[in-house]
Structures are given as C-alpha cells and as structure tokens.
Design a protein around this ligand. Structure first.
Ligand SMILES: *Cc1c(COP(=O)(O)O)cnc(C)c1O
Length: 423
C-alpha cells in the first residue's frame, strides 16, 4: 500500500516522542535532515552551557570542586551518563578530547605489533580521519602502511560484508578498527559477531561509533568490545566540535595509556604533582588534558533528554521514520532515478538514508533552497536523517513532496555541479 500523508498524521499522533520537538531550536518552515552530521541545539543544552559559563564567573578557581557540576569530575560524570547508550559500565566511559585524538590514544594503547602480528585492519569505505590516524600510528612504529595496513574491500561500493572482514582476520593481524555504522551508506555492522570472531583469533577490535551514538543502542560491555570512540555533535546534539568519548572494556583496565597526560592520573594522586605517572584504574586513564569545560557543558543538558527517553525508544522511532521515508521515496519518486543506497533491513540500518542520484550535487542545492537540509557526499550521495527527537512523520512527508517538486519541475538544473567547500 502506498504510504499517505494521513499515515504521517496518525503516526505523529501515536508518537510518544513528539513532544520533544519543542525542546529544540528548529527554524520555521525548514526541515532539518542533517542531524547525523550536526545535531540541533536544544534548550537544555543551552541551559547547561549557560550554567557552566556562570559557574566560571561565580566560582573562579573553585569551580573545579564547587558548583552544580564540579569541573574536576565532569569527564567521568559525562562518561557515566553516556555509558547506557553503548551498554557499558559507568567507569568504562569517559568524555574527553575529540574523536581523532581519542583514536590516536587508543591505537597507541592497544597496538603492539609483535613478531608476525603487525597488521591493522580497517575498510575502504571508512571515514578518512580513521585511516589517517591508523596509518600515522603505523609510521610512528616505523612500519610501512603499504605492508601493514589492510583495507577490507567493498563488493559494490556501498557495504562491507562481515564475511569479508572475518576473512581478513589472519594471524598477521594485531588490531581491527571499524565503524559501527558506515557514514555514507548507513550500514550497521554486526558488532557482536565481529568482536567474537576477532577474539577467537586473538585479535583486538575497536569501533568508531560516531554514526551510531545516540541513534543505535549497543552492548559493548556484554559483547566484549575492546575499545571505542565517538563524538557528541551528531545524534547527541552537543554542539559543533563538542567533547568526544572513549570506551575501554574493564578487562583492559590497568593497560598503560599509549599517550600519557596528567588528567589520566588517579584523581587522588593527580595533585601530588609527581613525575612518575600514576594512571587511573578506569577509562579515565586515557584522558590527556584538563577537560574543555565549556565545550562539554551542552552535553549535560542534551544527555538528560536521552536519559529521560531511553535509547531503545529513540531507536524504535528512528527505524520507523526511516522505514516510512523509504516507502515514500519508493512510491513518490520512482520515476526520477533515485536509488536507495542503505540497507533495508532494520538490523543492518543506522539512522540515516543514503539516496543515490547522478544529479546529487545539484539536487542538494535545490533542496536547501526549498528549506530541506540534507547533506551531500561526493560523488552521488544525498544523506537524509529524520531524527527521532525532532523530526515528525509529517516533516518526512513534506520533505519528500518538496524533493518531488524539484524533480518534476527540474529545479535542480538551475544550479552548478560544483560542490561547496563543506559538503
Ligand atoms: C564525524 C566523524 C568523525 C569526526 O572526527 P573528529 O575528530 O571529531 O573531527 C570521525 N569518525 C567518524 C566515523 C565520523 O563520522
């Protein structure tokens, strides 16, 4: 049956999360579908940001230990709040640094090439920064990436087959680093299976959860995932460049941080100011510096929404939104040469839709002009993410209607093929 606008109305009516739309700063008449790249600002994030700013004014140096959110413990406090999103224990997560810095830290910590086991496995559809970090870490060990870096190939340019990853798990592999969800196609990898298979072969495995945190629940602890990183500015709506996170399974507590910094110290000893590093016995050990308090502050407010709603109901609505959108695309846009380039099955799909079209660049420009905000990934992908906390089913309906009009009236032809610097 063709999905209709009536379906959208009914689904909105039944939606227990619909009230959260008012918590976000939405622009009137605009449909924002880029929350997988930069999440929207919420009133709660703004509130905790302002509270933190105020605590600097009011408490000065004493803000480290006083006020509503004492700064000295903020990274661990936020880690504990993020832990349920990935199925971790409180002490296994810390909010710190940025995704790329954290990747460097964890590769430096977990990659110890020995004898024949020297290779790091990633995949050819990976986000570039992950690859840069891996290759530069190999070079720091004096190893040539040509020889020691293994990139799992995609069969059709969209997905990475778990079987192909497992086939790469040979006895010359030391470490595997994979995304939970591929940033372009939105494929969700089978994290549990890959972790089990890696461990059977004595290989450590870590995940970059930037594209799933806040959209897809995980069970990192139970699955035995060795480590993970993620940012907080996508589905977690914490603001551009806001603080990222590190997860380390408790079985690895006590592993010496590859990169040491004073904020990784055991908190009781940090201010002894000794020159012999005494790291924390939890994930906090992998921090480097004094936390960026102001850039972590919005996360406090933002996470309070996730705490209230629960990641399971966010996932449920997200899957339902993307399913409705795919059905609409198939019924409304079938004549216009779009191809859905994300997995159809719920258990293989992240939070966004990947629409392929040879005119993707120009269509994205026309969509923006029509007040629908997508995001373009060269050469031919339009990513659209209806977000559980602030996108309604009627928004999805309206976005697809606006896209249809662009195709019917060939409005995209008025734009150039060049992509912007930020695409
Ligand atoms: C967004 C994203 C990053 C971002 O890295 P930063 O260091 O926070 O700029 C890294 N990896 C993946 C997979 C991402 O989606």
């Amino acid at each position: 049956m063709k999905p209709t606008q009536e379906d959208a109305k009914l689904l909105d009516h039944q939606d227990v999360l619909s009230k959260y739309q008012d918590e976000f700063y939405l622009v009137s008449d605009q449909i924002y579908l880029d929350g997988n790249s930069l999440g929207l600002c919420s009133k709660r994030a703004e509130k905790t940001f302002l509270e933190m700013f105020e605590s600097w004014k009011r408490y000065q140096i004493d803000g480290w230990s006083n006020g509503k959110y004492p700064w000295f413990y903020l990274a661990e406090m936020l880690g504990a709040k993020m832990a349920p999103l990935v199925g971790a224990k409180k002490e296994e997560v810390v909010a710190t640094g940025t995704t790329t810095v954290n990747l460097h830290q964890l590769i430096a910590t977990f990659y110890h090439p020995e004898g024949k086991r020297t290779k790091i496995v990633a995949n050819e559809l990976d986000f570039p920064t992950d690859i840069y970090a891996i290759k530069s870490q190999l070079q720091l060990h004096g190893l040539d990436p040509e020889e020691h870096f293994l990139s799992v190939k995609s069969r059709q340019g969209r997905y990475i087959d778990e079987a192909d990853i497992i086939a790469c798990m040979q006895d010359d592999v030391a470490l595997i680093i994979l995304p939970t969800v591929l940033y372009r196609s939105g494929q969700l990898l089978d994290i549990e299976l890959l972790t089990r298979e890696a461990h059977k072969r004595g290989i450590l495995i870590g995940f970059d959860a930037c594209h799933s945190i806040g959209a897809v629940p995980h069970e990192f602890h139970q699955w035995g995932v060795d480590f993970a990183v993620w940012c907080s500015y996508k589905y977690l709506n914490s603001g551009p460049g806001s603080v990222a996170a590190i997860y380390v399974h408790e079985k690895h507590f006590g592993r010496v941080p590859g990169l040491a910094g004073w904020f990784g110290s055991d908190k009781e000893r940090q201010f002894d100011m000794g020159h012999a590093f005494e790291p924390s016995t939890q994930a906090g050990a992998y921090q480097l510096s004094a936390p960026s308090i102001l850039n972590a502050a919005p996360l406090i407010g933002s996470l309070s929404i996730f705490e209230e709603v629960g990641i399971e109901s966010i996932r449920k609505k997200s899957l339902s939104l993307t399913r409705y959108m795919m059905e609409l695309i198939e019924s409304e846009l079938q004549e216009w040469g779009f191809l859905i380039g994300n997995p159809m099955e719920d258990h293989r799909r992240g939070g966004h839709i990947s629409l392929e079209h040879e005119e993707a660049t120009r269509i994205c420009k026309a969509l923006k002009e029509a007040n629908v905000i997508p995001d373009f990934r060269a050469p031919n992908v339009i990513r659209v993410a209806p977000i559980a906390l602030y996108t309604s089913y009627q928004d999805v309906w309206e976005a697809v209607q606006r896209l249809k009009l662009i195709m019917v009236e060939e409005k995209y032809k008025a734009y150039s093929h060049e992509r912007g610097v930020i695409a």
